[in-house]
Design a protein around this ligand. Structure first.
Ligand code: HEC
Length: 158
């Protein structure tokens, strides 16, 4: 009788142990899944802030630079010219600024945030790009534009 009771007790305990082992596995899997999702989310957010910071510091990675150039050629060059001088039919008609002119940048003295607004909302004959470009694309384009004047400065020195 006593022995029977003991065996029963052992069995039920083992059963319980098995069960809790299973639910532990389930819980571990859920935790693993959630942390994977969290990690992916954080990683993509970090990338976004990196993108923003890069735009403001005017330091673009080779990849970002290539992308900005591509965007500039695709969306801006018909007026501003691939070389940024604005010597295109449209550019001369609409009187676009010469982005290689260091003096223009100096006189302009406009902050990136202000330029971003102009590109997003348009100005005079220049169309708005708010719906066509993301914030980080605009930020990278601004860094790209500022490089036009640097390259002309470099040329002037030689
Ligand atoms: C349809 C022609 C056209 C296109 C396309 C165009 N622009 Fe312009 N852009 C202009 C004109 C015209 C001005 C001068 C606006 C003014 O001062 O009234 C200008 C001025 C600017 C300025 C100087 C703003 C200032 O404060 O004077 C920036 C910066 C600029 N464009 C960036 C861009 C970028 C970046 C793109 C592409 C995403 C682009 N533009 C596409 C016509 C264009």
């Amino acid at each position: 009788m006593n022995r029977d009771y003991f065996r029963k007790y052992m069995n039920s305990d083992r059963a319980r142990a098995n069960k809790s082992g299973l639910s532990f596995l389930k819980a571990a899997m859920i935790v693993l899944m959630l942390s994977t999702i969290a990690f992916v989310t954080v990683a993509s957010q970090e990338k976004e802030t990196e993108d923003k910071a890069a735009g403001q510091e005017s330091q673009l990675s080779t990849e970002q630079l290539a992308k900005a150039k591509e965007l500039f050629i695709e969306k801006c060059a018909r007026c501003h010219g691939a070389d940024g001088r604005g010597q295109t039919v449209l550019g001369e008609m609409l009187l676009v600024p010469d982005f290689t002119d260091a003096k223009w940048w100096k006189d302009k003295n406009t902050e990136n945030a202000e330029l971003a607004k102009i590109i997003a909302n348009g100005k005079g004959e220049m169309p708005a790009f708010e719906k066509k470009l993301s914030r980080s694309e605009i930020a990278n384009l601004i860094s790209y534009l500022r490089r036009f004047s640097k390259s002309s400065e470099a040329k002037a020195e030689h």
